[in-house]
Design a protein around this ligand. Structure first.
Ligand code: G1P
Length: 299
């Protein structure tokens, strides 16, 4: 069955990036020259997704405007003969349908996915957490879809994480079934290193069967009062097979400052306009002396 819809939970407040995110959604912070969320939208588009369901909250209107046509701006670009920029701007708005639903109270990732239940309906769907930017030769969602079509079951993206960082992820227990693919036998949300059943952490890409909604409806809130998607998936394990797939690509967690900076550097180095000059700039830095590069002519 074709996977047509993707749920993007984007209601989070982005407090880690204050004051930059006081009036601007964190998803709109630019990585080189594109808002962070656009990388994830383009990835979904490249995987054949047709409908993007954004689960938003207060103060997220800029996302909606960004993916809409802007007639004024299009006029200006057309008058200036900037056809490339113009067709780039139109492309996304034309190829995907966007739908926005409010998660009225921040009750966790599982709750955010559940908010999309009626819009998704009775079909398998993708979940894309745009904080996870995955730079990969084959778009991450497309990689997961290939596994979904082989096993006809839910698939979670995973990657190996260090022992110290298991408590930042949903961690799976699994039995390998083919190279990079595991049949999931257990799931724990943010375990301590002692409790972690493996070093395979869930990264923010999932292909899920619609039965997950029934599970989420029955998933109790955790100690923080949140409904975790991982716990809903644990319920799903009791009724159908769930697989995990080790993504091929580099994952950046743009939801924290260091991850955001690493993504910026990586993508800037690859950027056709600035990559070469940026590489030269980095080469010239004296990285051993802290603060020594702050007073040059470019700041
Ligand atoms: C969420 C999920 C977690 C997953 C992570 C991936 O956590 O709950 O299972 O490993 O995304 O980024 P969050 O980062 O929103 O706390």
């Amino acid at each position: 069955m074709k996977v047509r819809k993707a749920v993007f939970p984007v209601a989070g407040l982005g407090t880690r990036f204050l004051p930059a995110t006081k009036v601007q959604p964190k998803e709109m912070l630019p990585i080189v020259d594109k808002p962070a969320i656009q990388y994830a939208v383009e990835e979904a588009l490249a995987a054949g997704i047709e409908d993007i369901i954004m689960v938003t909250g207060r103060g997220k209107n800029a996302i909606e405007d960004h993916f809409d046509r802007s007639v004024e701006l299009e006029h200006v670009l057309a008058a200036q003969g900037k056809e490339d920029l113009l067709s780039d701007m139109r492309r996304i708005a034309e190829l995907v349908t966007f739908c926005y639903i409010r998660q009225k109270v921040p009750l966790g990732l599982g709750h955010a996915v559940l908010v999309a239940k009626d819009v998704v309906g009775e079909e398998p769907f993708a979940v894309v957490l745009p904080d996870d930017l995955i730079d990969a030769p084959v778009p991450a969602t497309a990689q997961l879809l290939a596994v979904f079509h082989r096993y006809h079951a839910s698939v979670l993206a995973v990657c190996p994480v260090s022992r110290e960082s298991v408590s930042s992820y949903g961690i799976i227990a699994g039995e390998p079934v083919e190279n990079g693919v595991y049949r999931v036998t257990g799931l724990v949300e943010k375990p301590s290193p002692e409790e972690a059943p493996s070093n395979l952490g869930i990264v923010g890409r999932y292909i899920l069967t619609p039965q997950v909604f029934e599970e989420l409806e029955q998933t109790p809130s955790d100690a923080k009062g949140e409904i975790q998607l991982t716990n809903g998936l644990k319920g799903l394990l009791g009724r159908q097979a769930v697989y995990a797939y080790e993504l091929n690509g580099r994952r950046h967690d743009t939801g924290n400052k260091l991850g955001f900076l690493k993504a910026t550097v990586d993508l800037a180095l690859k950027h056709p306009d600035v990559g070469k000059a940026f590489r030269e700039y980095l080469r010239g830095l004296d990285l051993d002396e802290e603060g020594s590069n702050t007073d040059g002519p470019d700041g």
